[in-house]
Design a protein around this ligand. Structure first.
Ligand SMILES: *Cc1c(COP(=O)(O)O)cnc(C)c1O
Length: 372
């Protein structure tokens, strides 16, 4: 909870900033261990990769010269863009690298939205699209999910004269549902050139379904399509903050005007280039996630708890009691999950998929939290 804005400051603060409730991140582990009296905490709240970064990325990080910290990084992540361009057969002027994909949401919103404009997305998805619009003074039109998935017909109906960007999270965080190739094509055909369509593919590397669309391969066909990806999830570099967007060069040229250069640090750039080369890490992570999901959903059925488990490295669980209460009780067992009430899923938690022994601890803590 934030404190009320001082009356002296009030006239200086735009209404939409006054109305915005800041996000409160979790405290660092040592604070939480003290607070809950536990020796260890499993962080299952942020969909991080339990296998860590790929070995090649670990290597470049440990051999990085500490003295190079005195030097500014490449301002436009030169070698990262080159590595991404090579991997996906793009040109480097089709790519912008950001301080996490989160920063790219700000860039693209600033690039296309002016006062009176709006963005369209789902009500239950990655909340930052909505937040950036709200605290920048733009309307966020939120379309309810249909059967846990983005509802293309209602999204199309919400696109108006002043709609500049539609954000589609594919697969969706937190439900894991996705639009297949056919559905995405139909949607993009229907939108035409009316607005920019962002396809947030933060979890694409986890998806093995043959009908799952690859946004980057569609950019020639759909000039207003912009694809977001991140090194935070599959590539295990969440702590370094690095993600990227890809689009047609003319679209990217517009977004580049609103970019803060030098926002991506040099270690992140080194690690990202190395991480992109390591396909075996993806294979190992996929195996871990899929075994973990199978085991966990079996346990949830045994406990009679409804769940939403689709693509991505996370599962949502519906609880018979308050999610914040369950969160506090589970923390006493050293297990941290994501409460979902604030994300319009009352009495749900989202849990990241991890190693077997960690998931066992999760189930034990959940059972205990529901039994008390
Ligand atoms: C994690 C996540 C991101 C952004 O992650 P960064 O760490 O900022 O790169 C973006 N979109 C979705 C759907 C996510 O889950």
């Amino acid at each position: 909870m934030s404190q009320p804005v001082a009356s002296r400051l009030e006239p200086l603060v735009p209404d939409y900033v006054l109305a915005f409730e800041p996000y409160t991140p979790s405290k660092p582990d040592p604070e939480l261990r003290r607070l809950y009296g536990v020796p260890h905490i499993h962080r299952l709240n942020n969909n991080e990769n339990p296998l860590g970064p790929p070995p090649a990325a670990c290597e470049v990080m440990s051999s990085a010269d500490p003295r190079s910290a005195a030097i500014y990084p490449s301002g436009d992540a030169f070698y990262v863009r080159q590595a991404i361009a090579d991997k996906f057969n793009l040109s480097t002027d089709q790519i912008i690298v950001g301080n996490g994909a989160t920063e790219l949401i700000s860039f693209i919103t600033k690039a296309f939205c002016a006062s009176g404009d709006n963005i369209v997305t789902a009500d239950k998805t990655f909340a930052v699209y909505e937040w950036v619009a709200a605290f920048s003074g733009f309307e966020a039109r939120l379309v309810p999910l249909l059967d846990d998935a983005f509802d293309s017909a209602r999204i199309l109906a919400e696109i108006g004269e002043r709609t500049k960007i539609v954000f589609i999270c594919n697969p969706n965080n937190p439900t894991g549902t996705y639009w297949d190739d056919r559905k995405l094509h139909h949607f993009l055909d229907s939108v035409g050139n009316r607005c920019i369509v962002v396809l947030d593919e933060s979890y694409i590397e986890f998806v093995e379904k043959p009908d799952f669309p690859d946004g980057i391969s569609l950019m020639n066909e759909y000039p207003n399509l912009v694809v977001f990806r991140t090194f935070s999830k599959m590539y295990g570099l969440a702590g370094l903050r690095i993600g990227y967007l890809a689009g047609r060069a003319d679209v990217v040229d517009v977004i580049r005007r609103t970019c803060v250069v030098y926002s991506v640090n040099s270690v992140a750039q080194l690690a990202a280039v190395a991480a992109l080369q390591d396909e075996s890490h993806i294979t190992a992570t996929r195996r871990l996630v899929s075994e973990s999901r199978d085991w966990l959903t079996g346990e949830l059925r045994r406990l009679g708890l409804p769940y939403i488990a689709n693509e991505g490295n996370f599962v949502m669980v519906r609880l018979p009691i308050s999610d914040t209460l369950v969160y506090r009780r589970m923390m006493k067992y050293g297990v941290m999950v994501r409460t979902m009430t604030g994300f319009r899923y009352p009495n749900h938690i989202r849990v990241s998929l991890s190693h077997f022994d960690v998931m066992e601890d999760f189930v034990l803590a959940l059972e205990a939290a529901l039994a008390t």
